[in-house]
Design a protein around this ligand. Sequence first.
Ligand SMILES: *[C@@H]1O[C@H](CO)[C@@H](O)[C@H](O)[C@H]1NC(C)=O
Ligand SMILES: *[C@@H]1O[C@H](CO)[C@@H](O)[C@H](O)[C@H]1NC(C)=O
Ligand SMILES: *[C@@H]1O[C@H](CO)[C@@H](O)[C@H](O)[C@H]1NC(C)=O
Length: 212
Amino acid sequence: MKFFYSIFSLLTALGASAKSNSTKSCHEFPSSMIEYSGNFQQPLPPLIKTEFETSFIQHKWNVNLSHIQVGYIYFSPSQGLVRVDEAYQGGLATSVFNYANTTDDGLVDNILTSFDSYPDQPTVWQGYVQSNYPLFGDDILVSGDAVFAGLVKRDHVQGLVASWSIMYAGSIPVTVFVDSCGVMVGYDYFSPGLRTRVTTDLFNTIVGPVKV
Ligand SMILES: *[C@@H]1O[C@H](CO)[C@@H](O)[C@H](O)[C@H]1NC(C)=O
Ligand SMILES: *[C@@H]1O[C@H](CO)[C@@H](O)[C@H](O)[C@H]1NC(C)=O
Ligand SMILES: *[C@@H]1O[C@H](CO)[C@@H](O)[C@H](O)[C@H]1NC(C)=O
């Protein structure tokens, strides 16, 4: 009994420390952020937490396609890398985007290792792509001169989150969702060139330095 109790407290303690960074500096949204409150005043864009590992679900569609991907992502602005481990119809893949190696028109170096007919040998492909997993620094809303877009509800996050609009790479309207702890919990965008909509929810997030 004592043994089980100790193991249980150990696990509880580990759980608490693993989550500690994600619960730090949480606040209630003030009434000035409630759209139809008499106190409303557009808030200043905050610094946000964008270095973390997280579960995700993403739906991308246009007139010709509908792709839903789920998996686990490592966002590391400090290393300039994003790693996406994903499952999709008929396959598994791990995709690493190197934001230190991009083209002038915004394409990103990508190494995609995929198991299209698991458990056969994976195929490895490398080239420049348009990434659906943008790497945002903690000042993305400040440097992007973000416009507050209201407190909203997202499917995988408890309570309300703040939404912020920016123009990414000059031409892609992006909405970034930030919870009351300052952690990015999703982003939506519309790509005018490709007439494509992408919506991404991030949840089960562990904030802190990640090693890709
Ligand atoms: C959809 O497919 C058609 C036919 O292949 C093509 O002409 C069109 O450009 C595609 N549209 C998009 C948004 O990919
Ligand atoms: C940059 O990315 C391109 C396209 O994926 C790749 O061919 C090239 O080897 C990369 N260069 C470096 C230094 O990683
Ligand atoms: C929490 O943040 C600190 C400082 O950034 C870091 O040293 C620590 O590893 C983080 N903890 C977790 C569980 O990510």
